[in-house]
Ligand binder design. Structure first.
Ligand code: C2E
Ligand code: CA
Ligand code: CA
Ligand code: CA
Length: 278
């Protein structure tokens, strides 16, 4: 068995190196990606349930890699988070989302909002308020049309600090949304104190809504909690008409998911159903 352990060690060593090398290569490529404009934002619509107008979009990062094709954020954001490059990328995302919002205004959609995801490192970085302010000013965007999505886990890492950061941001007029809600461990006391205007129910609960009645119970509880705290509640990952009906029945009025629209590059969003202004 000592031998097996040794063999196991010897067997895994090369593949670990290969993985590390490929991560390193991706990290180098990522610096180029920013310079070479290979990063793109896709936009997924948020609909007013059940078949209402588009309220706005969530910006989702993609990397058009020169040799590997279109990469999803799970592939490269964890590395960027480790190296700190996420701050540069995140700043670009905020600016680009505001630029797109301005384009939509010019195209006759002045009520659409855009939501941007913030990583933990970016959220805790001291220049965030200035970055947001600068992007809003540069693209002449009313602050209330920008939502910043922070995961429950990020927000609860240092709850006092999160209250402070979100207070500063929301004072400007931007909105805050607590993302992936239900997957972390929120203290209700802090949840109440966070100046957020929205909770997003994580896809994991919406997914299994039909299969497991516990998930239906959890989702009902989250909707009730949001309503009692005066928060808007958004369900993500809606894939079936049954899920949509169930959520709507609970009073969850903003829906996002493949059933309603997948994330699309901006030049393709006119293909979406109900492509009308709110
Ligand atoms: P998230 O914020 O929870 O975003 C929702 C994810 O679910 C997105 O994956 C979206 O494409 C996917 N999705 C939406 N509707 C459905 C559905 O009906 N079914 C299924 N199966 N999936 C659906 P994506 O775009 O791969 O993004 C993954 C995560 O990467 C995001 O999770 C977010 O945490 C992060 N992310 C994306 N863009 C950014 C960014 O610009 N900055 C930062 N810091 N993180 C980002
Ligand atoms: Ca999100
Ligand atoms: Ca999620
Ligand atoms: Ca997430």
């Amino acid at each position: 068995t000592k031998n097996n352990g040794r063999n196991g060690y010897n067997f895994f060593q090369p593949s670990m190196n290969t993985l590390a090398q490929s991560q390193l290569q991706l990290n180098n490529d990522l610096w180029q990606a920013l310079d070479n404009q290979e990063l793109r934002l896709f936009y997924q619509p948020k609909y007013c349930a059940p078949s209402g107008p588009i309220l706005g979009f969530e910006a989702l990062l993609r990397w058009q890699h020169p040799t590997r094709g279109l990469l999803a954020p799970d592939i490269f954001l964890p590395i960027a988070e480790k190296t700190g490059m996420i701050v540069n990328i995140g700043n670009w995302v905020i600016d680009e989302a505001c630029r797109q919002l301005h384009m939509w205004h010019l195209q006759g959609h002045p009520h659409w909002s855009v939501a941007v995801n913030l990583s933990a490192v970016q959220f805790e970085q001291s220049g965030l308020v200035e970055t947001v302010q600068a992007a809003l000013a540069k693209h002449q965007i009313p602050a209330e049309l920008l939502t910043l999505e922070v995961t429950e886990t990020t927000a609860m890492r240092d709850p006092e600090e999160s209250v402070r950061i979100l207070t500063e941001l929301t004072r400007m007029g931007v909105k805050a949304s607590i993302d992936d809600f239900g997957t972390g461990y929120s203290s209700l006391l802090y949840l109440k104190r966070l100046p957020a205007s929205e909770l997003k129910i994580d896809r994991a609960f919406v997914n299994e809504l039909q299969a497991h009645s516990e998930d239906a119970t959890i989702v009902s509880a989250i909707v009730a909690l949001a309503q009692s705290l005066n928060l808007k509640v958004v369900a993500e990952g809606v894939e079936t008409a049954d899920q949509q009906a169930f959520l709507t029945g609970l009073g969850c009025n903003t829906l996002q998911g493949y059933l309603l629209g997948k994330p699309l590059p901006p030049e393709r969003i006119s293909e979406l159903p109900n492509f009308v202004d709110a």
